[in-house]
Design a protein around this ligand. Structure first.
Ligand code: C2E
Ligand code: MG
Ligand code: MG
Ligand code: MG
Length: 288
């Protein structure tokens, strides 16, 4: 009660209300109107993390990851804002904004590499079950005059209510040559029959399993079996969260196709121009 009184008298005197900067950020990141405003102002952007082919260590693509460049609080990662987005339709606008950033950045990313790169975006279950999801993705590719082979979409298995609609949209994307990856595979609701019937072309093995294989022989054997099962079904395998060399070499021995993680590179801003490819800004300066 004393605190409330203090707060009221602060406001009466025209001072800033009590509360730390962290409190204000938490409140803002939970407020759909504030998030929509930030989207309109273009404060959401994408950072890019390299994806490497294990057999020759070539970078073959990048995953686009949403970031909020907040005018007061700096660069924020999805754990701060994604929960509020996911409670409503707003997530579709975020997915679309990140797709736009990804397709914009692709020519600049490609200028930094010798092989043709692809870019992967995360699509929420809500976006994939909103009418016309596949058509929207294909239209974006057309607008940027890019071939469908340069795009991958990552989807997580979730307890969402419309798997049939989602799979129909994903099948449409796959038929047009877009890579479809089941993200965070091995966690959540992924079941064996879903794997058999999936419209996906690949699996991203979850970091929680990948991070254990260097120290845990049973985890290593399990990952090897899951990767082999994926291969048998004709699926590409991608390991996420690779943080050290020993994990990378084990994954290579287990015939996993692609890998992504801090060992290869942290998410960072796209190069500004096609020629200044060394001036990227890491998410965590000085820690790579
Ligand atoms: P994700 O799609 O599984 O992306 C991988 C996450 O793991 C990223 O976190 C990345 O920064 C982090 N990561 C990569 N390598 C390592 C590593 O070696 N060690 C550790 N500890 N972490 C690593 P981030 O960027 O915070 O994104 C978190 C999640 O937010 C993503 O997980 C994805 O599910 C979701 N997300 C990100 N961007 C979007 C978006 O545009 N739309 C939607 N719907 N979801 C998004
Ligand atoms: Mg992903
Ligand atoms: Mg993932
Ligand atoms: Mg993950």
């Amino acid at each position: 009660a004393a605190l409330l009184d203090l707060r009221r008298s602060d406001e009466q005197q025209g001072l800033a209300p009590l509360g730390t900067s962290e409190d204000r950020l938490v409140a803002e990141a939970r407020d759909p109107r504030a998030l929509r405003r930030a989207l309109t102002r273009g404060e959401f952007t994408a950072h890019f993390q390299p994806i490497v082919r294990l057999h020759d260590d070539q970078v073959v693509g990048h995953e686009a990851l949403a970031r909020w460049q907040h005018p007061q609080h700096g660069l924020l990662t999805p754990e701060r804002f994604l929960p509020a987005f996911e409670t409503g339709e707003l997530i579709c606008a975020l997915d679309a904004a990140v797709l736009e950033h990804a397709l914009n950045a692709l020519p600049r990313l490609r200028a930094t590499a010798s092989a043709p790169l692809h870019v992967a975006v995360n699509l929420s279950a809500r976006e994939l079950t909103a009418p016309g999801a596949a058509a929207r993705v294909l239209a974006a590719l057309d607008r940027h005059d890019l071939p469908s082979s340069c795009l991958a979409v990552e989807v997580t298995e979730s307890a969402m209510s419309k798997p049939l609609i989602r799979d129909r949209e994903l099948r449409q994307l796959r038929e047009r040559g877009i890579t479809v990856l089941l993200d965070d595979y091995g966690t959540g609701y992924a079941n064996l029959l879903a794997l058999l019937d999936t419209p996906a072309t690949g699996l991203k093995l979850d970091r929680s399993l990948v991070s254990r294989i260097a120290s845990d022989r049973r985890a290593r054997r399990l990952l090897g079996r899951v990767a082999a099962a994926g291969r048998d079904l004709g699926l590409t395998t991608v390991a996420e969260g690779v943080e050290d060399r020993s994990t990378a070499s084990l994954l290579r021995e287990l015939d996993v196709d692609l890998a992504q993680g801090y060992f290869y590179g942290r998410p960072s801003a796209a190069p500004r121009t096609a020629t200044t490819c060394t001036t990227t800004t890491p998410d965590h300066p000085g820690s790579s």
